[in-house]
Design a protein around this ligand. Structure first.
Ligand SMILES: *[C@@H]1O[C@H](CO)[C@@H](O)[C@H](O)[C@H]1NC(C)=O
Ligand SMILES: *[C@@H]1O[C@H](CO)[C@@H](O)[C@H](O)[C@H]1NC(C)=O
Ligand SMILES: *[C@@H]1O[C@H](CO)[C@@H](O)[C@H](O)[C@H]1NC(C)=O
Length: 455
């Protein structure tokens, strides 16, 4: 008996050590939470992320043959086999839209976005990369990427008078989002970023249900004041609360017509041209997707499939109402308005890589891609790479976006199982080939983890 008690007692030096570790950790967390409030603006300046420090190498997976496209048809030609490819398209009604500029973003484009597309999109997709027309480097970049998988069309946006926005390049890009009809020809536009990483095999059902685009919004507790401020701006522009944040999945798919309508709506309620409105309201930061999603929720709710994730810091999924940040509805509204189906966790197609949930910081790009490969059907095909994962475990990247984690909801696993059941039904030799390739290649990807703190 005495022996057993002895074993449970911690020696004094260990207690002291634990105390020191405890103090250091909490000191760090405290300081960190102080720092991130002031440093938060960095979030929107993605291009200046610590990019210089990474060495990187594009690994040509050889999955897709490169084609040369002559200079003369660069702008209009997506792919020489365009018509053939069309029949295999999962989303014939949508153009993916990527706003980019020359410079270092190509690093993300090739290392994250298009690499993950190689593993998880099948057939072809229609994608437009939008660049600045006035920059010679952008024209060179356009030429280069039009010849690489996924052979996007290149569109050049004319330079606009800097008087129209408040001088930051980011606002020019935001304004461009309101004019998708200049860029895309199909009824729907699917916005992605260069640092988007697709995490699972893309099925039709992930992005469209009953031919309506899936929108995954986030409501509940504001992450912190900086985000709450965006909600307040949206609410003040519309003069009614913002329902949710919706730059919370990729691609963000919107009917082009609805964005045109939104411009007209602002012109009507504010009695001024859209550009004038844009200039006035971008004095404070606006989030274009918050405005667009508020509009479709208010005016076209039945034309989209909304799934709303509750952001909560509570492990039982309870929402502490006092932290909703001010620009949103209160908890009662969501209880009354949301149908049970709208709260079911919907698997996401992609993550926003540098902002991946801080709690899973230790996962590398390789880890993210392997998870997708393994759950897509690789547990038998790729056993040694899938060793660390459990086939019946949660594929967390389906339910994470930036710092919002949906895995507290135990319905995630059911939805995940359903998603992979659909993939299994499409299993074919092409998919097996992609999984095999992934097993061989992913280890060799030279990409240092990058993470942006929730600030
Ligand atoms: C284009 O089509 C030709 C012939 O139909 C085929 O051999 C080639 O692999 C295709 N290329 C791509 C990139 O799909
Ligand atoms: C949020 O908005 C308030 C009022 O405009 C401002 O004082 C505060 O600094 C903003 N907070 C952040 C983190 O931007
Ligand atoms: C690493 O990530 C896993 C989840 O993927 C988590 O359970 C674990 O605690 C993390 N480990 C460290 C040391 O952060």
């Amino acid at each position: 008996m005495a022996d057993t008690r002895q074993q449970h007692k911690l020696p004094l030096p260990l207690i002291l050590l634990l105390t020191v570790v405890f103090i250091v950790c909490f000191g760090y967390i405290y300081l960190y939470s102080r720092l991130t409030t002031t440093g938060s603006i960095i979030l929107y300046e993605k291009p200046s992320l610590r990019m210089e420090t990474y060495s990187f190498k594009v690994v040509d997976t050889g999955l897709v043959k490169r084609e040369s496209v002559s200079r003369s048809n660069l702008i209009s030609t997506r792919n020489k086999n365009g018509t053939e490819a069309k029949s295999a398209e999962l989303f014939p009604e949508m153009d993916l839209y990527l706003r980019m500029t020359s410079g270092k973003l190509y690093y993300y484009y090739s290392a994250l976005l298009t690499r993950s597309m190689k593993y998880f999109w099948s057939g072809s997709m229609s994608m437009v990369v939008v660049l600045d027309d006035e920059k010679a480097e952008d024209h060179r970049l356009g030429e280069k990427i039009s010849m690489e998988y996924p052979f996007p069309r290149i569109a050049f946006m004319e330079a606009i008078d800097p008087e129209i926005y408040h001088g930051s390049g980011h606002q020019r890009i935001q304004r461009d989002f309101f004019y998708p009809e200049k860029i895309v020809s199909r009824p729907y536009v699917g916005f992605v970023d260069t640092d988007t990483v697709f995490v699972t095999r893309i099925t039709r059902n992930l992005l469209f249900e009953d031919d309506k685009p899936v929108v995954i919004g986030i409501y509940g507790e504001a992450l912190h004041e900086w985000w709450a401020n965006y909600s307040k701006v949206t609410a003040s522009i519309f003069k009614s609360p913002e329902p949710f944040q919706c730059m919370s999945h990729f691609p963000v798919i919107i009917k082009v017509e609805h964005i045109i309508e939104l411009r007209n709506y602002f012109e009507q309620i504010y009695g001024m041209p859209f550009d004038e409105f844009f200039k006035i309201f971008t004095k404070s930061n606006i989030a274009q997707f918050h405005l667009i999603c508020k509009y479709i929720w208010d005016f076209h709710r039945n034309e989209y499939k909304f799934y709303l994730q509750l952001r909560t810091s509570d492990k039982f999924g309870r929402w502490t109402v006092d932290r909703n940040g001010g620009g949103r509805h209160d908890v009662q509204f969501y209880r009354q308005v949301l149908t049970p189906k709208q709260t079911v966790p919907k698997p996401r197609a992609a993550i926003h890589y540098p902002y991946r949930n801080y709690f899973y910081l230790n996962t590398t790009l390789q880890g993210v891609l392997y998870s997708g490969i393994c759950y897509t059907g690789g547990f038998d095909i790729c056993p040694e790479k899938c060793l660390k994962l459990k086939p019946d475990g949660l594929h967390v990247d389906l339910f994470l976006f930036e710092w919002s984690d949906w895995t507290w909801d135990n319905r995630c696993i059911t939805e995940q199982t359903e998603h992979y059941k659909q993939i299994k039904a499409q299993f074919n030799s092409e998919l097996i080939h992609i999984i095999r390739k992934g097993c061989e290649e992913i280890d060799h990807i030279d990409f240092k983890p990058i993470f942006v703190k929730p600030g």
